[in-house]
Design a protein around this ligand. Structure first.
Ligand code: ATP
Length: 521
C-alpha cells in the first residue's frame, strides 16, 4: 500500500469510528430513562377509555386571562402552531376560536427530551397541558388570550397526521390578505371551495367557520325561543311522504316498504296545515327539507333546514306579517348582541356591512315594487314572478329609499304561488301571499292558505294538479271537518345565516352541504 493510500485508509477508519461513537451517544441519550418521563409523552389509549373519574379541574382556553396569573391550570387544546428556539419550544394551543401560547423551557421542565417532545408534536394533535399562568413580559402577538402557560406537563392524547390536505392558516386567510400579500410579492395558497368541503372537518376548525355555525345555531334557537314565548308548539312532521308536498318535479323519489312509491318531504307544508286542522292553533318546526332541484346557484341546496311556522289568523294575513317583523327584529337584535365576537371573526375573513333594518319592518305591496322598478327603468311583468336579478335590483332600490336591508313584499300575483295560497278577495289575480328579503335575496315565502275545501278543490283544478294523487287526498279531506283561517311561512336557515353575514355562497352556511354534485362528506 502506498503511503498516501495508507493515510487515506486511516482517515476513513477514524471517520467511521467517530460516526459510530456519535450514533452510540445518541442512542444512549434516547435510551436514557428520563426521570421526568411521566410529565410528558403520548397518553395510552386505555387511559382514555373512560378508565377513571379523577376530578381534575379543567380550564377552558377562553377563560385564560390575567386574573389567573400565578395559578396552575390544566387545559386541553389542539397544537395550532409550534416553534423551537434553543432550549425552548413554543406551542400555540387552540380551542375553537381561542388560542394561547404555551412555553416549554428547560428552566421549567428540566429535561431536554421534554422540550424535544414538544417541538416534535404534529400540528392539529390534541394535547393536555398543565402549567402556570404567567403574564408575558412582551405581549404575545397572534393569540387571543393575553397570558402564557409555563408548561410543567404535556401529554398528547390524539395525534394528527403530518400530511394535512389543507393548512388552517391558508384556509383562514381572507381574500383581501391574499391579494395584499401578492402585491408585496408573497404568494399564499388559496384554498378552493371544493378542497374545503372535501376536507370539511379541517375547514370547520377555522375561526370564521366556528363563528358561522355559532351564528347559525343562535338563529334557530332564537326562532324557537320567540315562537315558544308566543304560544307556538313545536312539531315534527314526517319526512317520508307519499306524494310531493310542493308539487313539481323537484322531489327525491324513493322506494318505501311493500314497494310503495314515496318521496322525501319538500317542505312540512301539508302536514303543518293538517296540524292546524287538528286544532294545534300555532305550530312551528325546525327540520330538514329536501329539494331535488338542478339549480347550481350560490343559494340553493338539495337539503336545507327549514324553519316553518303556521298559525290561525283571526281576520287578516297581516297578523302573520306583523309577527314576522317582530320575530326577525328579535333575531337580528339578539344576534348583534349575543354574537358580537363571532360577527367580528366572520367579518375579518369575509368582510360585510352589518345588516341595516328598521324598528318597524317595511312592508311593500308587490305592485309598489313593480312601480319602483319601472321608475328606475326596469320593466317587469306585473303579473309574473321576480327573477333573482330583479329581486336584487329591487333590494337595492328599497335600500336606497328606505334605508333597510330587510323588508316584506306582499300581495303577489296568484299565478306564481302554490295551489294552497289564498286568492285576494278584491282581485283574484292577486293573492294573500308574501316573500321576505334580506339584502335583495329571498329568505321567506309565506301566505294565508286556503282553508275552504271547495275553494281548495277549485284551485287544485286550476293548477292542473291531480286531486287523487297519493298524499293529497288526506290533505284535502282534512278540510272536510271544519278548519280555521290560517297561514304561515317557510324560512331557509342557511339562507338567513348566509345573508345576515352577506356570505357569497350558501355552502359556507351549511355544515355538510348537499347539492346536485355533492353527497359527501
Ligand atoms: P327560491 O325562489 O329562492 O328558489 P322558493 O320560492 O323555491 O325559493 P320556498 O319553496 O318558498 O322557496 O321555500 C321557502 C324558503 O326556503 C326560501 O325563502 C328559502 O329561504 C328556503 N329555500 C328554498 N329552496 C331552497 C334551497 N334549494 N336551498 C336552500 N334554501 C332554500
Amino acid at each position: 500500500m502506498s503511503k498516501k493510500a495508507a493515510q487515506k485508509a486511516a482517515k476513513k477508519a477514524e471517520k467511521e469510528l467517530r460516526q459510530a461513537a456519535a450514533l452510540a451517544a445518541a442512542a444512549a441519550e434516547e435510551e436514557e430513562i428520563d426521570p421526568l418521563a411521566d410529565k410528558y409523552g403520548d397518553t395510552k389509549l386505555e387511559d382514555l377509555q373512560s378508565k377513571a373519574v379523577t376530578g381534575r379541574k379543567w380550564t377552558e382556553i377562553s377563560e385564560l386571562g390575567t386574573d389567573l396569573e400565578g395559578s396552575t391550570v390544566l387545559v386541553r387544546g389542539r397544537v395550532h402552531s409550534k416553534r423551537a428556539k434553543g432550549k425552548m419550544a413554543f406551542l400555540v394551543l387552540r380551542e375553537t376560536i381561542h388560542t394561547v401560547q404555551c412555553v416549554v423551557s428547560m428552566e421549567n421542565v428540566g429535561s431536554k427530551q421534554f422540550v424535544k417532545y414538544a417541538s416534535l408534536l404534529s400540528k392539529e394533535s390534541v394535547v393536555d397541558v398543565t402549567g402556570n399562568v404567567s403574564n408575558p413580559r412582551n405581549p404575545v402577538s397572534g393569540t387571543t388570550q393575553p397570558v402564557e402557560i409555563q408548561v410543567t406537563e404535556l401529554h398528547c392524547i390524539s395525534k394528527s397526521t403530518n400530511e394535512l390536505p389543507l393548512l388552517l392558516e391558508d384556509a383562514a386567510r381572507s381574500d383581501q390578505d391574499i391579494e395584499k400579500a401578492a402585491k408585496e410579492g408573497i404568494q399564499y395558497a388559496r384554498v378552493l371551495q371544493d378542497t374545503r368541503l372535501n376536507n370539511r372537518v379541517l375547514d370547520l376548525r377555522i375561526p370564521a367557520n366556528q363563528a358561522i355555525f355559532t351564528v347559525q345555531s343562535e338563529i334557530s334557537s332564537l326562532f324557537h325561543d320567540f315562537l315558544r314565548a308566543n304560544k307556538f308548539r313545536q312539531i315534527h312532521t314526517p319526512k317520508l311522504i307519499a306524494g310531493a308536498s310542493e308539487g313539481g318535479s323537484a322531489v327525491f323519489k324513493l322506494q318505501y316498504a311493500n314497494d310503495q312509491p314515496a318521496c322525501l318531504a319538500q317542505s312540512p307544508q301539508l302536514h303543518k296545515q293538517m296540524a292546524i286542522c287538528g286544532d294545534f292553533r300555532r305550530v312551528f318546526e325546525i327540520g330538514p327539507v329536501f329539494r331535488a332541484e338542478k339549480s347550481f346557484t350560490h343559494r340553493h341546496l338539495c337539503e336545507f333546514i327549514g324553519l316553518d311556522f303556521e298559525m290561525e289568523i283571526k281576520e287578516h294575513y297581516f297578523e302573520i306579517i306583523d309577527l314576522i317583523g317582530k320575530l326577525f327584529i328579535y333575531v337580528f337584535n339578539e344576534l348583534n348582541k349575543n354574537c358580537k365576537k363571532e360577527l367580528e371573526t366572520i367579518n375579518s375573513q369575509y368582510p360585510f356591512e352589518p345588516l341595516q333594518y328598521l324598528d318597524e319592518t317595511l312592508v311593500l305591496a308587490f305592485a309598489e315594487g313593480i312601480q319602483m322598478l319601472k321608475e328606475a327603468g326596469f320593466e317587469t311583468d306585473p303579473l309574473g314572478d321576480l327573477d333573482t336579478e330583479t329581486e336584487r335590483r329591487l333590494g337595492l332600490l328599497v335600500k336606497e329609499r328606505y334605508k333597510t336591508d330587510f323588508y316584506i313584499l306582499h300581495r303577489y300575483p296568484l299565478a306564481v304561488r302554490p295551489f294552497y295560497t289564498m286568492p285576494a278577495v278584491d282581485d283574484p289575480k292577486y293573492s294573500n301571499s308574501f316573500d321576505v328579503f334580506i339584502r335583495g335575496e329571498e329568505i321567506i315565502s309565506g301566505a294565508q292558505r286556503v282553508h275552504d275545501k271547495d275553494l281548495l278543490l277549485k284551485r287544485i283544478e286550476e293548477c292542473n294538479i291531480d286531486p287523487n294523487a297519493i298524499g293529497l287526498q288526506n290533505y284535502i279531506n282534512s278540510f272536510s271537518y271544519g278548519a280555521p283561517p290560517h297561514g304561515g311561512i317557510g324560512v331557509g336557515l342557511e339562507r338567513v345565516a348566509m345573508l345576515f353575514c352577506n356570505l357569497d355562497n350558501i355552502r359556507k352556511a351549511s355544515l355538510f352541504p348537499r347539492d346536485p354534485n355533492r353527497l359527501a362528506p
